[in-house]
Design a protein around this ligand. Structure first.
Ligand code: ADP
Ligand code: MG
Length: 330
């Protein structure tokens, strides 16, 4: 080999090593927020966990009914308050999804969620009289946004954004990352996910869908399917983690706003892929309310992809997915 060729080769190797050495690392941050865990991986030159936590606290201060100082707590207590733009944005999105799901998703379901013992207040024994009396305060059309203020028809109406806040939290962290120039990331809060770019193996991010076996502690790691996601959001709603038994009946934490009772049907979990995570989160919950048949129609009407796990009459587990979902696990 001619000497200049050797010099050129050495130069090439050194240059490649320098490029690789300058690549920022993949970082991982974990923590606790909204009563659940977050797990965030991203490729960046520095750790930004402080900024992530600040971002999530902003969402908590607006939307968490467990936070006594939050905007939503003030609204639920009928304290005179002008909600911040974060709140009004999520409120309007929630209202929009309520109308697209014919009220299956409804953040005014709070008094019923609380009564059934899955909310931000102590639950109590519920009978049909309680359900009937609380139902008059439920209904997304009873609450409006007027001149920047939330107007309630009934003072007893309360709001619960638990079925959209985790997804929205993921969206906010994604916005933060985009503003910081972070292009490869996976943000997960309590099972809701936003993924962009590539993982540390230069592949789309792998997201597991759990097998819907009863699992209160959240320790089940058995997966039904693995999806490969990039540039999309994903949320799963299921009745296998948050439920309890009463007189042999399984009571789920998803409440049908129309009947006033915890939902009871054969749909075990619904995983939704959408362009933003708040939308995926809210639709996933609504699907658990409306059941498989109607959920399939709503997916078509709203351009959503979904993966449903349900039980057959003989107790066996089956899967139905939208056509477009298949490309995420091929
Ligand atoms: P998970 O991801 O744990 O299944 P979800 O996103 O489905 O959680 O949200 C469930 C929570 O949403 C319940 O604990 C309750 O606070 C609230 N919720 C229950 N029923 C409804 C409903 N029909 N519409 C909107 N929120 C609901
Ligand atoms: Mg949800």
């Amino acid at each position: 080999m001619k000497p200049w060729k050797i010099i050129f080769l050495i130069f090439l190797v050194v240059a490649s090593v320098m490029v690789i050495a300058n690549e920022p690392p993949y970082l991982n941050n974990k923590g606790y927020i909204f009563g659940t865990y977050y797990n965030i991986s991203y490729k960046h030159k520095e750790d930004v966990q402080n900024k992530i936590e600040e971002c999530l606290r902003t969402v908590d201060k607006s939307l968490s009914p467990f936070n006594k100082q939050s905007v939503i707590t003030a609204i639920n207590n009928n304290t005179d308050i002008t909600p911040d733009s974060l709140f009004t944005h999520v409120f309007l999105l929630a209202q929009d999804i309520s109308s697209k799901t014919d009220g299956a998703f409804d953040i005014t379901v709070a008094p019923l969620v609380n009564a059934w013992g899955f909310g931000f207040k102590e639950g109590y024994r519920v009978d049909s009289t309680t359900v009937d009396s609380l139902k008059q305060y439920i209904g997304y059309k009873n609450v409006t946004l007027k001149d920047g203020n939330i107007i309630k028809k009934h003072a007893q109406t309360m709001l619960d954004c638990s079925a959209i806040a985790k997804g929205y939290g993921c969206d906010r962290v994604a916005q933060l990352f985009n503003s910081l120039g972070i292009e490869n990331y996976m943000i997960e809060i309590g099972g809701e996910v936003v993924a962009k770019g590539k993982n540390n193996k230069s592949m789309p991010w792998s997201i597991g869908i759990n097998k819907p076996t009863e699992d209160k502690e959240g320790t089940n790691t058995q997966l039904q399917e693995i999806l490969h996601i990039s540039g999309k959001s994903l949320a799963t709603s299921g009745n296998y983690r948050n439920f309890r038994y009463e007189n042999g009946r399984k009571l789920s934490h998803t409440i049908d706003p129309k009947s006033g009772y915890p939902v009871e049907h054969n749909l075990l979990s619904a995983t939704v892929i959408a362009d933003n995570c708040a939308t995926a989160d809210a639709f996933a919950t609504s699907f658990m309310v409306m059941g498989l048949e109607r959920a399939i129609e709503v997916c078509k009407e709203n351009n959503l992809e979904a993966y449903f796990i349900y039980s057959n009459e003989d107790g066996s587990i089956a899967v139905h997915e939208t056509e477009g979902m298949k490309r995420y696990h091929k």
